[in-house]
Design a protein around this ligand. Structure first.
Ligand code: PMP
Length: 296
């Protein structure tokens, strides 16, 4: 996958520069220790023009992520959102994935930094996990313990856990991994939240041990709007195995159904599931084909 070419521009600390000419600091604390924070947003080509879905929520979370690890965040979010739109225009992108990254400069100490840089990049990206129903495994890796990390923050170094889990899943012939929390409950996938469907009700793990996905919250809002029972509850592996259906959600993956967990294949057809209805509703929402205010 090529993320940029000769012409690609990125936003770096207040200026638009060519991605190819932007250097990297080999003594950077973020590079050595994963001390950085990032976000992932999507811009959609809607009938109202290019629109970034829930941009304020994403930048608010970026600010919180930085604050949680003491990385200075001196930018105004409204300004950054405007720069995202400018970035899309400069790169002729109508629909894109947008990646803001906050990173620190040279510092080999294991104490928080006083300086921070920001970059915004964008590229065309289809649904992260594709469009086919997924086969997922219960990972041998657990999610980070909330007492070791700020698991509600999007901190670069924490994604080693996701890389390990999804690489293991793919090596074993699956598409994605489901990770347990430190108490043995199913938490989420490597970079998506999990919902299961059982007897016409939808369940998802509570926020305590899972990442507060913006798509997760959108799904909950959609369920409430459609009058679907949505219950936040700790889920055992058995709950997931015996569900009627399940799906993952995230900005990059959007909403994608699961057909198999380990060697258990769900018997109910995805097309007739509540998840499939939510998937359509979500697509309409991001494309502004419905009245957004009604849902929120
Ligand atoms: N879990 C993790 C660990 C994530 O990194 C993400 C974002 N890719 C999600 C869940 C989904 O979050 P969102 O819906 O806000 O994209």
């Amino acid at each position: 996958m090529q993320y940029y070419n000769q012409n690609t521009k990125i936003f770096l600390n207040g200026e638009f520069v060519h991605a190819k000419s932007a250097g990297i600091d080999l003594f950077g604390q973020s590079l050595h220790y994963g001390y950085g924070a990032f976000e992932g947003l999507r811009a959609y080509n809607t009938h109202n023009g290019t629109r970034i879905f829930k941009a304020e929520e994403h930048f608010e979370r970026l600010k919180k992520s930085c604050e949680s690890i003491g990385l200075p965040y001196r930018w105004n979010n409204r300004y950054l959102i405007e720069q995202c739109y400018e970035l899309l225009e400069l790169n002729n992108l109508r629909a894109a994935y947008i990646r803001p990254l906050v990173f620190s400069g040279s510092n080999m100490h294991l104490t928080s930094s006083e300086d921070a840089n920001i970059m915004l990049a964008a590229w065309e990206w289809g649904p992260y996990l594709g469009q086919n129903l997924l086969r997922v495994n219960i990972s041998s890796y657990e999610r980070p313990n909330p007492k070791s990390f700020h698991i509600d923050a999007k901190i670069s170094g924490q994604y080693i856990n996701s890389i390990l889990a999804s690489t293991e899943a793919i090596r074993k012939g699956f598409d994605e991994a489901l990770l347990l929390d430190q108490d043995g409950y199913v938490a989420q996938a490597s970079s998506e939240n999990l919902f299961i469907e059982k007897d016409y009700k939808i369940y998802t793990p509570p926020l305590e041990n899972v990442f507060p996905g913006i798509t997760r919250q959108t799904v909950i809002d959609i369920c409430k709007e459609l009058g679907i029972d949505i219950i936040e509850k700790k889920l055992t592996v058995q709950d997931v195995y015996t569900a009627d259906n399940a799906f993952l959600c995230g900005t990059a993956a959007e909403i994608i159904g699961i057909k198999q967990v380990d060697d258990i294949v769900y018997k109910e057809e995805w097309e007739y599931s509540i998840g499939a209805t939510i998937q359509i509703k979500y697509k309409n929402l991001v494309l502004e084909q419905e009245n957004y205010e009604v849902i929120i």
